[in-house]
Design a protein. Sequence first.
Length: 101
Amino acid sequence: DESQKGTKQETEQELHQELAGASEGFDALTSSGVVLFTHPGCPFSQAAVDKLLERGVSFKVACFDQFSTQLKSAGSTVSPSVWISGRYVGNQVPDTSFSKP
């Protein structure tokens, strides 16, 4: 439904805005928990955000472009780039259990 779609896109944009000015370095950002590096408006990024929201997983979202050098060094060349506890796990949210916040 269109109202849910708008709300989900707004949620992703708010998450991007929240972290866009963060002074947190790449290593500190990825060191614990779940982090998604995304592109605003990317349908694959939005699908990853939606999947984690539906599961009730606590996660952070950061802009892929802001950390592109570090991400590419780790082998991540497209978004979303999914990191769990400091480890790059791919470009899709894995079908595993996550602990809820």
